[in-house]
Design a protein. Structure first.
Length: 311
C-alpha cells in the first residue's frame, strides 16, 4: 500500500465517524442512557475518543474513555464497551500517514494479541455477568490482535483481508486489490444481509438492506451466534506476510459462509463483532457517495441491541 492510498483511507475513516448521522429522535433523553466505555488504550487505529463520544452523547448515552488496560474497576457501572481496531505495540503505527517503510515494518507477521490474558479473562467474565461488548476490526493485522479475545467467546477470526475470489481469478492479485477487490456490498436481496431484528430495526425507517464493507476481515461465529452480514461462496481471505504486499503465491483461506458482522449472547451478556470499520460510516460525504448503503443505521441498530432495546 503506498502512502497516498493510506491518506485516502485515513480521510475515509475521518469521515466515517458516528457524528453526523441523519437526524432522528435520540435513543434516550440526554445523559440517561447506558454508559459506553470507549477503549483508546490498545494502539487503536483511527480511534480518537472525541470521534465517537459526541454522537453517542447525542443519543443519550453516557460516555467514558479507557486510557489503561482493562480491569474490574474500569468496568464498574459500564453497560457497553466499544473496542475499535486494536493493535499490539509490535504492529502499531505512530505517525499519520506513515511511510511505506513504516507500514512494511509494522503491518507484518507476527501479530500478537493486543490484550493480556488477564484482560481477556476480565472481559469474558464481565460479559457473562451482563455486559455488552462491541468489537470492531478491519483488515490484517487488526484481526490478529483480537484473535485471542474473540476466541474467548467462541469466535474464530481470519487474520487477513476478505476479497471476492472470483475477481482474483480475472486479474493479477495485486492489481485486483488496487482496483477494490476488497470492497464488498452486502445486500439483503442476495442473502448477504440477514433478516434479523437488528437489521430490521425498531421501525420501518431503520431497516438495513445494503451495507458497505471496505477492505475488512471475516470470522466464523459459534453455532449459537447470528450472522448479520454473510460472505458469498466465492470469497477468500488473503493472508499476506506484510499488509498490502500481495502476489499469486499469497496464502488464502476459504471464507464462503463466514461472517462480516454478527452477534452472540454469552451468559447474561451480549457481543457484537464487525470485521470492518465501515460500521461507523456516516456523514454527508458518505451519504452522497453511497446513497444505497445503510451503514450508519446498522451501527445504531447494533447499539440498540447491545442496550437491550432490540431482541
Amino acid at each position: 500500500m503506498n502512502a497516498s492510498k493510506f491518506v485516502v483511507s485515513g480521510l475515509l475513516l475521518a469521515v466515517v465517524s458516528p457524528a453526523g448521522l441523519d437526524a432522528q429522535e435520540p435513543t434516550y433523553p440526554h445523559g440517561t442512557g447506558p454508559t459506553v466505555l470507549i477503549d483508546t488504550s490498545h494502539h487503536n487505529l483511527f480511534s480518537p475518543f472525541m470521534v465517537h463520544a459526541p454522537r453517542l452523547e447525542e443519543e443519550g448515552y453516557r460516555v467514558r474513555e479507557l486510557k489503561q488496560p482493562f480491569d474490574r474497576e474500569a468496568l464498574v457501572d459500564v453497560q457497553i464497551t466499544l473496542i475499535k481496531a486494536p493493535l499490539h505495540s509490535r504492529n502499531a503505527i505512530h505517525s499519520y500517514p506513515p511511510t511505506e517503510a513504516e507500514l512494511a515494518a509494522a503491518w507484518r507477521r507476527p501479530t500478537p494479541s493486543a490484550f493480556s490474558e488477564a484482560e481477556i479473562t476480565i472481559l469474558r467474565e464481565w460479559v457473562g455477568e451482563g455486559g455488552a461488548l462491541l468489537l470492531v476490526l478491519d483488515h490484517f493485522p487488526m484481526p490478529g490482535a483480537a484473535q485471542e479475545l474473540a476466541a474467548a467467546f467462541g469466535i474464530e477470526i481470519s487474520n487477513g483481508l476478505a476479497v471476492d475470489g472470483a475477481l482474483l481469478a480475472e486479474q493479477v492479485v495485486a492489481q485486483a486489490i488496487e482496483q477494490g477487490a476488497g470492497n464488498v456490498v452486502f445486500e439483503r436481496t442476495e442473502g448477504g444481509v440477514a433478516d434479523d431484528p437488528i437489521t430490521n430495526g425498531r421501525a420501518p425507517g431503520q431497516r438495513v438492506d445494503a451495507f458497505g464493507f471496505f477492505s475488512g476481515s471475516a470470522f466464523r461465529l459459534p453455532p449459537e451466534g447470528r450472522s448479520l452480514l454473510t460472505f458469498g461462496s466465492s470469497f477468500v481471505s488473503l493472508l499476506p506476510e506484510v499488509m498490502w504486499q500481495f502476489s499469486e503465491t499469497t496464502s488464502r483461506e476459504e471464507i464462503g459462509g463466514w461472517s462480516g458482522g454478527g452477534v452472540i449472547r454469552v451468559g447474561q451478556g451480549r457481543v457484537a463483532i464487525y470485521g470492518e470499520l465501515g460500521i461507523f460510516a456516516t456523514g454527508a460525504g458518505f451519504h452522497e457517495r453511497n446513497p444505497e448503503l445503510q451503514n450508519p443505521q446498522l451501527f445504531m441498530n447494533t447499539l440498540h441491541w447491545l442496550s437491550g432495546l432490540l431482541d
